[in-house]
Design a binder for this molecule. Structure first.
Ligand code: GLU
Length: 282
């Protein structure tokens, strides 16, 4: 099978140096493997996505010397596919509707009898308040969660993936205890958008025949969720390459709010693509 990877930014802010590094790494993996790197626009959050940021993504990546096949997949065109995947998981009896607000969850987690829990890939491990609710009780204002214990039971075997990148190189698998204790019942469909980052990327990577996912090491834990979803939905396994992160002088990971480090700002100041590559150590 030929090598396919993707760069999948959300058009919710300008691309910064960290994105440049991620994109250049993905395109160089594709080149080294005689494959292709796709661009995918992850705009499920329509309240935060903006057309001007999407245009800027195209401009900045072209300026860096990168090219990709067209048409470009946009997640806002794919809500039906995410709904079908959600229905399939619900049909397996692995989902439940959740009416908890963030405040409700915080209140339960800080109650003394709950003890301290480690933060999961989505911030906290959901305490399971709504776990006994049935999908037939779901209302338009509920989120939909995956019952992780039921999901692991359903599979019967631990989901596995191969990490090709330099940081966590080697085979990894998701144990039942890690699934319960470090991931928990993640949200598959947010109440406002009917899907989630996790569900959408898994469905789209399969649709686009992606063979290796190149992205930052900050998403290493999320990868365990994604391989679980791939196995539950009987989608092909992918391999992974998690790269290190570009940090500011205080060691903080760059974020979209760091406008000063936006690729556009460097362009406006007359920097060349080669200089930007050098800044991220390439
Ligand atoms: N849209 C995600 C982001 O902006 C992509 C993460 C991924 O590569 O799966 O970080």
């Amino acid at each position: 099978m030929s090598y396919v990877t993707r760069f999948a930014p959300s058009p919710t802010g300008p691309l910064h140096l960290g994105h440049a590094y991620s994109a250049l790494t993905a395109w160089s993996r594709a080149r080294d493997n005689d494959g292709v790197c796709l661009l995918r626009i992850e705009d499920i959050d329509q309240t935060r996505s903006r057309p001007e940021f999407e245009r800027q993504i195209h401009d900045d990546l072209h300026w860096l010397g990168l090219d990709w096949p067209v048409p470009v997949m946009r997640q806002s065109d794919r809500f039906d596919a995410y709904r079908a995947a959600l229905d399939r998981l619900a049909g397996l009896g692995l989902c439940y509707p959740c009416r908890c607000t963030r405040g409700d969850i915080r209140a339960v987690l800080s109650a003394p009898q709950e003890g301290a829990r480690p933060p999961g890939p989505d911030g906290v491990i959901y305490p399971g308040t709504c776990r006994t609710r049935e999908m037939s009780e779901a209302t338009a204002t509920d989120a939909i969660r995956l019952n992780i214990a039921a999901a692991m039971d359903h599979l019967g075997v631990a989901p596995k993936f191969t990490e090709n990148g330099p940081i966590h190189h080697g085979p990894h698998e998701l144990s039942v205890s890690a699934a319960r204790g470090e991931i928990g019942d993640i949200v598959l469909a947010r109440r406002d958008i009917g899907t989630s980052y996790h569900l959408a990327v898994v469905v789209d990577d399969a649709k686009q025949d992606v063979t290796e996912i190149v992205r930052g090491a900050d998403l290493f834990t999320a990868t365990f969720i994604h391989i679980l979803l791939q196995d539950l939905l009987e989608l092909p396994r992918t391999t992974y390459w998690h790269h290190d992160l570009i940090r500011d002088e205080n060691g903080r990971r760059l974020a979209k709010r760091d406008d000063a480090r936006a690729i556009a700002a460097y362009r406006e100041n007359g920097m060349t693509p080669q200089q930007v590559r050098a800044m991220v150590g390439l």
